[in-house]
Design a protein around this ligand. Structure first.
Ligand code: AGP
Length: 348
């Protein structure tokens, strides 16, 4: 069953391996109720602004959704749930609240406050009968099944799949590319596991590292950094690669680890950033989807082929999760039960 290890040494690895089936079930499940999905899409289409409200990993999935729509001119405001007081919403706004558990107190309080101000609320959660879906006007679901590991893995990849679908419907894109969502995640897993172990073991000896991306690579970098902090207790910072020169590069010295997250959209700029890091003798790694960044043989690059650029976030999820997993393992840590963290955060 979903709640027993079935021979796996950890839930995290089991759940990463369940992620392609989860993405498939999520997309099929949402499309099977086109009436409800259509209502949510229509509400968001008509909205003056969409506020995307979430915490942690769910927030990173929300950033991918926000970026895709903002590129089309739509006004989308990502709101970290615990910071909701900074945004005033009204009746013309739609709130999209994203939460794996559906019980995160920060997200619940934020959505209730926006609802009280008259906003229409759409939720995307992974369980049935949770508080967030109860209080929302339209409750959509990912179908990843129960997730036991504290670190979100298959639920994140499923949220990304769901949000690609929803944003494509809003943009009016053909949905054919999503037929490859499942195979993209599964082939990414097989292609990346060996390299990810090598990178995870390498960085496990370090105290600190950077994850740099551009475009949708930024939220993916943020998610990679959160994973390795959570389960391997390695300090990691993620930011747009172009920001390096505005301060953070001051920390880079010989063998400082830097992981580039490349969606294939901005290869030339990222390659320049990579060279800047190499000239400071950083230890550079690359996780790429779509097109390679490799500048020389010194660089370990995980290269995932994709047939459509929009699939890049799905392709990048497994290697980033696996790097964190192997770093934790190498440090002798149990990835399922990180210290100080609860699976569902029901306090403010
Ligand atoms: C993910 O690995 C974390 N454990 C955490 O950031 C989590 O995503 C966050 O607490 C939000 O949880 P939710 O999706 O259940 O609302």
């Amino acid at each position: 069953s979903a709640t027993s290890l079935q021979g796996y040494e950890s839930f995290m690895m089991k759940e990463i391996r369940e992620s392609w089936g989860a993405v498939r079930d999520t997309i099929v499940g949402l499309m099977n109720d086109m009436e409800k999905l259509g209502k949510a899409v229509k509400a968001m289409d008509k909205a003056r602004r969409i506020l995307v409200v979430a915490a942690g990993t769910s927030y990173h999935a929300g950033l991918i959704f926000a970026s895709r729509l903002m590129r089309t001119g739509k006004t989308v405001i990502p709101v970290i749930a615990s910071e909701y007081e900074n945004v005033k919403a009204g009746g013309e706004d739609v709130v999209l609240v994203i939460s794996q558990s559906g019980e995160t107190m920060d997200s619940l309080l934020a959505m209730k406050s926006f609802k009280n101000s008259g906003s229409f609320v759409v939720s995307l959660t992974n369980t049935l009968g949770n508080s967030i879906s109860y209080y929302s006007d339209i409750a959509l679901h990912t179908r990843a099944g129960p997730e036991i590991g504290v670190a979100a893995t298959k639920t994140f990849t499923s949220q990304v799949g769901a949000l690609l679908l929803i944003s494509s419907l809003m943009i009016g894109e053909n949905l054919d590319y999503l037929k490859e969502a499942e195979s993209t995640v599964s082939s990414s897993f097989s292609k990346s596991i060996g390299y990810a172990e090598k990178i995870g073991v390498d960085v496990s000896k370090k105290q600190s590292l950077y994850y740099l991306g551009k475009g949708l690579g930024v939220p993916m970098a943020m998610e990679g950094a959160l994973k390795i902090k959570e389960i391997a207790y390695i300090h990691a910072e993620a930011y747009p690669a172009g920001e390096s020169k505005h301060g953070p590069i001051a920390l880079v010295e010989k063998d400082f680890p830097v992981i580039f997250v490349n969606t294939g959209e901005h290869v030339d700029e990222l390659r320049n950033n990579l060279k800047e890091m190499q000239s400071r003798k950083a230890r550079v790694y690359v996780v790429s989807a779509g097109s390679e960044l490799r500048s020389d043989q010194e660089v370990t690059e995980i290269m995932i082929d994709i047939n459509d650029a929009r699939l890049a976030p799905l392709a990048l999820a497994p290697p980033l999760q696996l790097i964190a997993y192997y770093a934790a393992k190498e440090r002798g840590l149990n990835p399922d039960r990180p210290r100080n963290l609860a699976k569902t955060v029901t306090v403010r």
